[in-house]
Design a protein around this ligand. Structure first.
Ligand code: ADP
Ligand code: MG
Length: 628
């Protein structure tokens, strides 16, 4: 029996009919497609027996499009029309590209800032269209190999992909004519490939070191359900940095003083070659053509290990952070799964084993492991594997919150919460007679809304007028299995309801996610202070408004002797501190004002009871404005 339980509402599985379903690893550098045949998941190859399709697309002036190795070969001579690493652009808006600009050699048309288009000699293309070309190629390969039309595909995405990036991936699949059965997190796919889903319960670490990125994910298999406890990593650390470390050493050893583009390319290519060769050898000869003469040197494995030592340590620091986020102790870990070409480097394996005090799983080719897991999942979702129902839980990359009074973000679903998930929280009105509530949905870890990312705004209207605090408004956040959010709000006494589906047109980059997480850690203390201050300011506003309204209604009638000037004094003191005081000062000033007003308020209470008994309304003076 499969331990993963799938519950796809409305999708009944037809027995006795084998559907052609595939798993696709749509990677930054390389993409693969795999399928379950005769009960075994294998990657599908092209005519040359190659299972890896480089994620590269070339556009020619005559409108021909090439994908894969042939496109890769054109990258050197025609870089502007050869799109590489398009995954980094998925779901990104024009403004997001600015932070990436130095790494991107393309020209963009930003007429639609939500969907920048890359200018090529064959016309303009979006990241979604480029990805669709890669997917089309994999679809053709699969249909040729499997001999029939595909019924659906499971496509993997990084666990930290946000709404916009997931949506863009789905759009690319639709454009390629693929039916997406499910988007699956890459680390989850790797765990499934090793069959950890049907193994012993426990915690699994996925260590994924590719060409340009490092991702670590901590998963837990519990009562037949996989959940992602935390994710971490570094979006700018990978095998390419090993190449650079060797290149720098070479430049120093060879005494190169002038580095032009072509020599630089030669050195990097050679560095990469020897790095990969050192995986199976103890020492390799490096040779460079410097001007007219050949120059050569030995690079030993020991020296190489020393060169990349700090880089490997960096990945382990990310692991330590992810463990802390997941509140997991190293000794609780059952398995470590190695993913990505750079985990072939022996010292990487050794250091990981040493860090976790356990040998990592390396039997499945680290390039193929994600596609294989996706294929197994696709097989079950297509209804071919009658092992039961399957439910996969993934994780939310950043907290989802709501803006409350004073511009504070109240977190409704915390980061790293497994999805799908629905959480509700009750709110009330701030003012008497308030008939509308503005719901502002924000994403991020910081306390102040201004430091978070705005996802959506909508209004709940038609709340019956009540005194402040009497309305009961339930706001519900729901994130589906693909990681997409919808928000609804309901005023419970009247049944008034409002809903919104959040489909942000602007994606967040993984760098930005990291930046936001880093900021929230760095600013945790400042944020707490800022939150306290805002809370006291909101309280001060409430008290000032209530006092003003009361004085206006019956101040003349009910104030005694010098009470009026005393109240005015403490009112002015609070009003001044409201602008410039610290949280503590404002709090004290509120207390002072309340104390000064005690007698007056007691008299008002008596009076209003008296008036009520005499048939008067007690809330004639309440304001009737909406908050915000
Ligand atoms: P990505 O996840 O970025 O698409 P991959 O998982 O395909 O990348 O990993 C590519 C990286 O793996 C490159 O840096 C490449 O040099 C490295 N790599 C591939 N084979 C080996 C090997 N035998 N030894 C060391 N590094 C390798
Ligand atoms: Mg990869």
């Amino acid at each position: 029996m499969a331990l993963l339980q799938i519950a796809e509402p409305g999708q009944s599985t037809a027995p006795h009919q084998h559907r052609l379903a595939v798993g696709i690893d749509l990677g930054t550098t390389n993409s693969l497609v795999a399928s379950v045949r005769s009960g075994k998941a294998t990657t599908l190859t092209d005519d040359n027996g190659d299972s890896i399709l480089p994620s590269v697309v070339h556009y020619a002036a005559d409108q021909t499009i090439q994908v894969g190795r042939t496109a890769q070969a054109l990258a050197v001579t025609d870089p502007h029309n050869t799109i590489v690493s398009v995954k980094r652009l998925m779901g990104r808006a024009s403004k997001d590209l600015k932070t990436l600009a130095e790494h991107i050699p393309y020209q963009f048309n930003n007429d639609n800032p939500a969907l920048p288009r890359i200018k090529t000699t064959a016309g303009e293309v979006s990241a979604v269209e480029v990805s669709a070309e890669i997917l089309k190629q994999l679809k053709i390969r699969a249909e040729n190999t499997l001999g029939g039309e595909l019924s659906g595909a499971v496509i993997t995405v990084p666990a930290y992909f946000d709404d916009a990036q997931r949506q863009a991936t789905k759009d690319a699949a639709r454009l390629a004519g693929l039916d997406v059965l499910r988007l699956l997190n890459e680390p989850t796919a790797a765990a499934v490939a090793y069959g950890l889903d049907s193994g012993e319960e426990g915690v699994v670490v996925i260590y994924d070191l590719g060409g340009g990125t490092f991702d670590v994910s901590i998963l837990r298999l519990n009562k037949g359900v996989f959940e992602v406890l935390s994710t971490g990593g570094d979006s700018a650390l990978g095998g390419d940095d090993f190449d650079l470390a060797i290149a720098e050493w070479l430049v120093a050893e060879a005494g190169v003083t002038e580095l032009n583009a072509s020599l630089n390319r030669q050195i990097i290519n050679e560095a990469r070659r020897v790095k990969e060769a050192l995986t199976d050898a103890d020492s390799v000869t490096v040779s460079l053509l410097l001007g007219e003469k050949n120059w050569a040197i030995e690079l030993t494995k020991d020296k190489f290990n020393q060169l990349i030592d700090a880089l490997v340590s960096k990945t382990l620091a990310s692991c330590r952070r992810a463990l802390r986020d997941a509140a997991i102790d190293k000794s609780d870990i059952k398995n470590i799964v190695m993913v990505g070409g750079s985990t072939r480097v022996p010292v990487v394996r050794d250091r990981v084993a040493e860090f976790f005090n356990k040998q990592p799983l390396v039997e499945i080719d680290p390039d193929k492991v994600v596609a294989i897991g996706a294929a197994l999942q696709a097989d079950i979702l297509a209804g071919n594997n009658q092992g039961g129902e399957l439910l996969l839980l993934d994780v939310l990359p950043l907290s989802l919150g709501i803006e409350t009074m004073g511009g504070l973000s109240e977190k409704i679903i915390h980061r790293n919460t497994p999805i799908p998930v629905a959480r509700a929280q009750d709110f009330t009105t701030y003012k008497d007679g308030q008939t509308a509530l503005a719901v502002h949905v924000v994403q991020g870890e910081r306390e102040l809304v201004a430091d978070c990312r705005s996802l959506a705004r909508f209004e709940l209207r038609g709340i019956p007028p009540m005194v402040a605090g009497a309305a009961r408004i339930r706001v519900t956040y729901q994130v589906d299995a693909d990681g997409l959010l919808s928000v609804s709000s309901l005023e419970e006494s009247s049944g008034v309801e409002a809903k919104v589906s959040v489909k942000p047109s602007y994606g967040l980059s993984d760098n930005e996610i990291e930046q936001m997480l880093r900021d929230s850690m760095n600013h945790a203390h400042d944020d707490m202070e800022a939150r306290k201050l805002r809370e006291e300011q909101v309280e001060a506003d409430r008290v000032l408004e209530a006092i003003d309204a009361a004085l206006l209604a019956d101040g003349d009638r009910l104030l005694e002797n010098d009470e009026k000037s005393l109240i005015e004094q403490s009112r002015a003191a609070l009003s001044a501190l409201r602008q410039s005081g610290t949280a503590e000062q404002i709090k004290q000033a509120v207390k002072t004002l309340e104390k000064t007003c005690e007698g007056y308020i007691a008299r008002r209470m008596n009076q209003s009871i008296h008036d009520a008994m005499a048939g008067h309304k007690i809330d004639e003076y309440t304001t009737n404005k909406d908050s915000k």
